[in-house]
Ligand binder design. Structure first.
Ligand SMILES: Cc1cc2nc3c(=O)[nH]c(=O)nc-3n(C[C@H](O)[C@H](O)[C@H](O)COP(=O)(O)O)c2cc1C
Length: 390
C-alpha cells in the first residue's frame, strides 16, 4: 500500500489487511458523505450544464434519458440553469421553471433520476443583462443592476455575439418582484419533485452582476456601493428561497474570481469571504464555488496563487468545488479537506458513467465541444458511450 502524503492529513500508515484498526482514512471521491439530511454514496457531482435542448423554454422528454444516464444510487446531480421568470432567459432552448407547463415537463425527468436512486437539484437562474430584447416580454430591455451592457465577447458557442442592448436597472420594487420570482421558482422546483435548488449566483448572470463592483458601480441605493450593499440582493434571494423550501434544500453557486460575461470584481477574496460568512445566517445546505483558475467557463489559468481556502473555512455548510478538475485533482482536494464534494462538468458531460470510470481507473471519452450547445435531442447529448463491461 502506498502512503498518502498530504498537507492536512498524516501519511496513512501501512496496515496489515486484517488489522481491524480504527485509524481514520482520509475520504476519497468514492467515499460516502452525509450532505445534511441527504446520504450520498460518493462525492462526484454532476455540475450544472446548459445543453440548449429545451425547446420553447420547456424541458423535453429526452432530458430524462440524459440525466438518468448520469444518475447513480446516492449520487448528486445539479440540473442545468433553469429560468425563474419570463425575463430570465438569455439563450435559445434553455428550460424554465416559472410556468405550470415547465413544472409538468420536469416531473418525468426528475422521476427518471429518482428511479436510479439519484439526488437532483434544480439550478435557479436569471441571465440579467446577458440577454437580448428578443428574449424579453414585449421586446423590453433585459434587466440588471445597471444600465451598462456587457462587452461583447465570444458567446458560449465560441462565436462573436451581436452587441448586447443597454439593460434597464431594477428599481427597489423591481428587485422585490425578482426576489419573489426566485421564491416561486423554488416552490415550483419542489412541486416538480426536485430534492432542492441551487441558486445560480455565478458566471456573470443577474445575481453576479449585483455582486461584482465592475458591473454594480453606479447605484446609490442600498443595493450598490459597499460590499454589503452589493451582496444584499443575493442574500435576499437566499433568504426568500430558504424560507420557502427550507435552508436544508438550498445551495448557492458563486464564482467570485471569474470575469465571465464581462463581470469581474476588484477584490474577489473579500467578496467570496463576505458571502460565505453571510450565508451562514441562513443555514443553507451548501456553497458551490468555482475555482479561481477558471477565468471563463472553459479557460483555465494556473499559478496565480489564489485559492478558495479562506471561503471554505468561512462557510459552515457543505463545500463543493468545480472548475478544471480531473480524478487526480478531485481526489487531492477531497483528501486535503479543501472540499466535501467535487462537481465535474465537461468530463461528466462526455462520460455518463463517470463515477464508475473513476472507480475502475478506466479511460475517459473525450468531450466534443462542437455539440455542447447544439439542439439535437441525441447527438452529443445521450450518445456518449458507456464503458463496456466484460
Ligand atoms: C456545456 C456547458 C454548459 C454549462 N452550463 C452551466 C449552467 O447551466 N450553470 C452553471 O452554473 N454553469 C454552467 N457551466 C459551467 C460548468 O458547470 C463548470 O463550472 C465548467 O464546465 C467548469 O468545470 P469543468 O472543468 O469540470 O468542465 C457550463 C459548462 C459547460 C461546458
Amino acid at each position: 500500500m502506498t502512503s498518502l502524503q498530504t498537507n492536512s492529513f498524516p501519511a496513512t500508515p501501512e496496515l496489515p489487511s486484517d488489522s481491524g484498526s480504527q485509524v481514520q482514512q482520509p475520504p476519497t471521491l468514492l467515499s460516502p458523505c452525509d450532505m445534511g439530511r441527504f446520504s450520498l454514496s460518493h462525492r462526484i457531482v454532476l455540475a450544472p450544464l446548459s445543453r440548449l435542448r429545451s425547446y420553447n423554454f420547456t424541458a423535453q422528454p429526452h432530458a430524462a434519458l440524459y440525466y438518468s444516464q448520469r444518475a447513480t444510487m446516492g449520487g448528486f446531480l445539479i440540473g442545468e440553469a433553469s429560468g425563474i421568470s419570463e425575463t430570465a432567459q438569455g439563450y435559445p432552448n434553455t428550460p424554465g421553471i416559472w410556468r405550470t407547463e415547465h413544472v409538468e415537463a420536469w416531473k418525468p425527468i426528475v422521476k427518471a433520476v429518482h428511479d436510479k436512486g439519484g439526488l437532483f437539484f434544480c439550478q435557479l437562474w436569471h441571465a440579467g443583462r446577458v440577454s437580448y430584447r428578443s428574449f424579453q416580454p414585449n421586446g423590453d430591455p433585459p434587466i440588471s443592476c445597471t444600465d451598462k451592457p456587457p462587452a461583447t465577447e465570444k458567446d458560449i458557442c465560441g462565436s462573436t455575439v451581436p452587441e448586447y442592448p443597454p439593460p434597464q436597472p431594477l428599481t427597489a420594487e423591481g428587485i422585490t418582484q425578482v426576489v419573489n420570482d426566485y421564491r416561486v421558482a423554488a416552490r415550483n422546483a419542489m412541486e416538480a419533485g426536485f430534492d432542492g435548488v441551487e441558486i445560480h449566483g455565478g458566471n456573470g448572470y443577474l445575481i453576479d452582476q449585483f455582486l461584482k463592483d465592475q458591473v454594480n458601480d453606479r447605484r446609490d441605493d442600498e443595493y450598490g456601493g459597499s460590499l454589503e450593499n452589493r451582496c444584499r440582493f443575493a442574500l435576499e434571494v437566499v433568504k426568500a428561497v430558504s424560507e420557502e423550501i427550507g435552508g436544508h434544500r438550498v445551495g448557492i453557486r458563486l464564482s467570485p474570481f471569474a470575469n465571465y460575461n464581462d463581470c469581474g470584481d476588484s477584490d474577489p477574496e473579500a467578496l467570496g469571504e463576505f458571502m460565505c460568512k453571510s450565508l451562514n445566517r441562513y443555514g443553507i445546505l451548501y456553497c458551490h464555488m468555482i475555482e479561481p483558475r477558471m477565468v471563463t467557463q472553459f479557460e483555465k489559468r494556473e499559478g496565480e496563487g489564489r485559492s478558495l481556502l479562506a471561503m471554505r473555512k468561512a462557510f459552515k455548510g457543505m463545500f463543493i468545488v468545480a472548475g478544471g478538475y480531473d480524478k487526480e485533482e478531485g481526489e487531492k482536494v477531497i483528501r486535503n479537506g479543501g472540499a466535501d464534494l467535487v462537481a465535474f462538468g465537461r468530463l461528466y458531460l462526455a462520460n455518463p458513467d463517470l463515477p464508475k470510470r473513476f472507480e475502475l481507473g478506466a479511460a475517459l471519452n473525450e468531450y466534443d465541444r462542437s455539440t455542447f450547445y447544439t439542439h439535437d435531442p441525441v447527438i452529443g447529448y445521450t450518445d456518449y458511450p458507456f464503458l463496456e463491461m466484460h
